[in-house]
Design a protein around this ligand. Structure first.
Ligand SMILES: Nc1ncnc2c1ncn2[C@@H]1O[C@H](COP(=O)(O)OP(=O)(O)OP(=O)(O)O)[C@@H](O)[C@H]1O
Ligand SMILES: [Mg+2]
Length: 158
């Protein structure tokens, strides 16, 4: 069967809003902080990228921008982590191991999403849009360009 041309950026994404080439983890974090300052409660972000692409590194910056002061760690072994921030709260959700649990209990993420909270989701593709039933405001992709270089793109939610 003939292969259809693939759209640029994450599947189902809308307009390309930003494109940034990071050369170091610190630059990824700083980019996240600038992005985080523009976010408001209720915003939902999907983060796409392979293992080690820098999703959690980006989230650390977003947390700063949202006004979270404490340390942000990877929630790999829980559904998610909630942080209180000066501007808004932050929910950091990792779906890497949660696809089956979510199929059983679709409301699993409800506790993490509200109007005072910016929510970021790593590995949304593990679950699939219909099941998640969520409409992200931004789709962010991180691509390893070799060494410590990463291409970060921000697309409007589809
Ligand atoms: N420019 C860069 N931006 C972000 N991280 C970088 C960069 N260069 C090197 N790194 C390193 O890559 C790793 C990224 O790890 P991180 O936990 O952020 O990835 P992740 O995408 O969340 O992975 P996972 O899917 O396992 O959760 C870190 O060790 C970080 O120091
Ligand atoms: Mg991570």
């Amino acid at each position: 069967m003939e292969r259809l041309p693939q759209p640029a950026g994450p599947a189902l994404g809308g307009e390309l809003l930003e494109r940034f080439e990071s050369r170091l983890p610190e630059e990824t974090e700083a980019f996240g902080e600038r992005l985080g300052r523009r976010l408001v409660g209720g915003d939902l972000l999907f983060l796409h990228g392979e293992i080690g692409a820098g999703k959690t590194t980006l989230v650390k910056g977003i947390a700063r921008g949202v006004g979270v002061e404490g340390q942000v760690t990877s929630p790999t072994f829980t559904v998610g982590q909630r942080y209180r921030g000066r501007r808004f709260n932050l929910a950091h959700i990792d779906l890497y191991r949660l696809a089956d649990a979510l199929a059983e209990e679709p409301g699993l993420l409800d506790d993490y999403l509200d109007a005072e909270t910016v929510a970021v989701v790593e590995w949304p593709e593990r679950v699939g849009r219909e099941l998640l039933g969520l409409e992200p405001r931004y789709l962010i992709s991180l691509e390893d360009l070799g060494g410590t270089r990463r291409l970060i793109t921000v697309h409007a939610g589809g």
